[in-house]
Design a protein around this ligand. Structure first.
Ligand code: ZN
Length: 234
């Protein structure tokens, strides 16, 4: 069992750990600050350093649920004490991007009654698809203004761990499909953004929306009936 730090402390950049396993897929640590790819957020990159060696981590993902650090080079042997450090610049940009997407989805729901149908992000850029009947450049500008106005209010962002039964009783969480989470997940991790958004989420977020900065809606496009796409950049 790897102790994962990122779900409780997204700002932890480095940790000392021990190599628990080395597989074809990569290095498993007894604890890690690296985020494993999931929920649309890419896995962390960074470095493992130890007495006499160093390798770059090029991705982090789960293999049968186990956080695994994909590396380039020769792995440290099992039992080695390592310093595991994420590429913080990239991760922090992903945190800002992820939070921007949550605020975007909240605005589209609150002001235009449309749910999210999909999305993806990379550092500083993302797309999100909505159940909208139509989309236009003007609509994109309108949403961009609303989004930046909401971000500028500097809403605090809170990580909560709610008992599953409580999460299932919350209409906001049901809207964002908390009921579709595997029944083994209890408690459920929730990201709450001020009074504007609350959803079950595994990703890493900034502390308040002011930290996101300014977001631009760079493209709007139709992906078919009831499916409209918006691309944003930070
Ligand atoms: Zn999310």
């Amino acid at each position: 069992m790897t102790e994962e730090i990122a779900p409780r402390d997204a700002y932890a950049r480095m940790i000392t750990a021990e190599v628990a396993d080395v597989t074809d897929a990569g290095v498993v640590l007894d604890r890690t600050v690296f985020y494993s790819r999931g929920g649309g957020q890419p896995g962390d990159t960074g470095v493992l350093r130890w007495d006499g060696g160093m390798v770059e981590v090029v991705d982090t993902y789960r293999v049968a649920g186990v956080p695994t650090h994909a590396i380039e080079g020769t792995p440290p042997p099992v039992g080695t004490a390592v310093e595991a450090e994420i590429d913080w610049q990239r991760r922090h940009l992903l945190m800002r991007t992820h939070t921007a997407l949550h605020v975007l989805s909240a605005i589209i729901w609150r002001d235009f009654d449309a749910k999210v149908t999909g999305g993806n992000m990379e550092p500083g850029a993302a797309r999100m698809d909505f159940e909208l009947d139509s989309i236009s450049v003007e609509f994109g500008r309108n949403v961009e203004e609303r989004l930046n106005a909401e971000l500028a209010k500097d809403h605090p962002i809170t990580v909560l761990f709610l008992p599953r039964s409580e999460a299932l009783a919350d209409p906001d969480l049901i809207r964002t499909k908390v009921n579709l989470l595997p029944s083994t997940i209890d408690p459920v991790r929730i990201i709450e953004i001020g009074d504007i958004d609350k959803q079950a989420d595994g990703g890493t977020h900034v502390r308040s929306t002011g930290e996101v900065g300014t977001v631009h809606v760079v493209k709007t496009e139709s992906k078919g009936k009831g499916n409209k796409r918006m691309r944003i950049e930070l």
